[in-house]
Design a protein around this ligand. Structure first.
Ligand SMILES: *Cc1c(COP(=O)(O)O)cnc(C)c1O
Length: 361
């Protein structure tokens, strides 16, 4: 009866075996093989984007994006995200500058301009829980100041805004295909981007900086292999069924929890096609009568494992010597009170009811 916060979607064993069969004929295991190329085309279609490049994981994709854009200096970003976002910025040799978030958990665009200096080169924002940033306002600010816009869209696979794929906003977006995400290739990820000329630079950084016989730059190794691509091709066949099942669980949670005293459910941005990636609740200890940690402990006693996601803030990394978290008080408060409840396609309405009963009792 144990329920984890997430559970990876799996094709049938037979379907995966069928999908990898051709690898024994081609003996093409990695380095942009036929399955990789097929998946790339299908990803472009599904995400409704013009350009995409696949990666071994989302983190290295994000890192390669920052390198391919040749960013130097300060990058304004959110502290309310997974470690990867800040790690990529620091590893690319840039300095993260933290901007507070809004009640929908995305970066507060009204606070961006006050943080821009002559050293600012880019904004790295995150579509948190599949909720999207204010992409229009962010683009206007970036245009006014000549900044690049990169989205960590790790949570936003399949999300659309005004009928367009969310990956078509900004200069570059990164999607994660990790096993815990809505769509996965075991480990994996991709970049989507507006300027097709960027493809070459991105590919260079993905492959050691090697172009023919030339060593163009100090690149990484971040190529997606054929076994990952095969998993992606299988999972993509079932993605719409998966999302429909997630939607049922998500809406059941909303039905049970949205009126509860001291609990705030995810405020979903208007005008988006959702992907039901996460079910976060914000617990207000004064009004709910117990704090976030107590709720998590109570659930754990019943072998239900919710996740304090995102906690702590990425600005609380021990490698930072200053107290950066107090500059973003709202994000800090949210990270202390947020709890992601279990959500995955196989979670039944009965499971959701059991989880809600425990919380509400
Ligand atoms: C999962 C995730 C990443 C990293 O993606 P990987 O594919 O695991 O490397 C980056 N940012 C956010 C917000 C994520 O949730």
């Amino acid at each position: 009866m144990k329920i984890n916060v997430t559970r990876s979607s799996m094709p049938s064993y037979e379907e995966y075996c069928q999908q990898i069969r051709s690898i024994w004929d081609t003996v093409h295991l990695t380095n942009m093989g036929p399955l990789h190329n097929e998946l790339k085309g299908r990803i472009c279609e599904y995400l409704k984007v013009d350009n995409a490049e696949l990666f071994v994981n989302g983190h290295l994709a994000l890192y390669c994006a920052l390198k391919a854009l040749e960013l130097k200096g300060e990058i304004i970003t959110t502290p309310f995200t997974f470690a990867s976002t800040t790690n990529a910025i620091v590893q690319a040799g840039c300095k993260p500058v933290y901007c507070d978030i809004k009640p929908d958990y995305t970066i507060d665009e009204s606070k961006l301009e006050a943080l821009i200096t002559e050293k600012t080169c880019a904004i790295v924002a995150v579509h948190v829980y599949g909720n999207i940033c204010n992409v229009e306002a962010i683009q206007q600010i970036a245009d006014r100041h000549g900044l690049k816009v990169i989205y960590d869209a790790a949570h936003a696979f399949g999300v659309e805004y005004r009928g367009k794929g969310i990956g078509s906003y900004g200069d570059v977006s990164m999607f994660s295909f990790h096993a815990t995400k809505v769509f996965h290739t075991i480990e994996g990820g991709c970049l989507t981007f507006r300027d097709s000329a960027l493809a070459q630079k991105i590919a260079l950084h993905r492959n050691f900086g090697v172009s023919g016989e030339e060593l163009e730059c100090f690149g990484s190794n971040a190529k997606m292999n054929e076994f990952q691509a095969a998993m992606g091709l299988c999972n993509l066949r079932h993605i719409d069924d998966e999302l429909a099942l997630r939607k049922e669980a998500f809406e059941r949670y909303n039905l049970r929890l949205s009126g509860a005293d001291g609990i705030t459910v995810l405020p979903v941005t208007e005008g988006i096609k959702q992907n039901y990636a996460y079910y976060p609740i914000l617990v207000d200890p004064q009004h709910f009568g117990a704090d976030r940690d107590a709720v998590a402990e109570k659930l754990a006693k019943h072998e239900i494992y919710a996740r304090k996601y995102f906690y702590p803030l990425v600005s609380e990394n021990k490698e930072f010597t200053e107290d950066l978290a107090s500059a973003t008080p709202f994000a800090k408060a949210v990270s202390r009170n947020i709890l992601c409840l279990p959500l995955f396609a196989q979670l039944t309405v009965e499971d959701v009811d059991r989880i809600c009963d425990i919380i509400l009792k």
